[in-house]
Design a protein around this ligand. Sequence first.
Ligand code: NI
Length: 177
Amino acid sequence: MALLQIVTYPEKSLSMPSEKVDIIDDEIRQLIHDMAETMFHESGIGLAAPQVGVNKRILVYDAKSQDPDDDGSEQKITALINPEIIQSSGSQLSENEGCLSVVDFRADVKRYEQVTVKAQDMDGNLVEFDAHGLMAVIMQHEIDHLDGILFIDRISTLKRAMYKKKRMKQLKEETAS
Ligand code: NI
């Protein structure tokens, strides 16, 4: 296992649509393990492959946040390959949403309250499940990554422009120092 480098806005891989995974081989399984380790290390609750610079339709998420019987002692790897939202309903305000790839910024984002996700698991089996509340937000946020969409693409033009300006200034200062 290895920690991967998380790329940040405005890195190009974050705005590119990702490719479908045809064969789940050792390389893909290794990537998934490394993504999960990186996510736990960064205290994230979800991570998509474009965030580590790989434009493949893979995401990992922290399932224990959804399981009340889980005491958190075991870090389970939950990966979805080629995930799609096949049905969605309701709406919720995802308060203070953030992203490991969007540095120093959070915002409220309007999301569906419920989504049905269809995907493959690490063994290539088809899985289909309903997600509500926070888990529905995680699914929408991470699947957006696979389509090259960040949460800042789902906020007002003004707020997005403000963030872009702030980020550009920050990057300029980093380069200068
Ligand atoms: Ni994200």
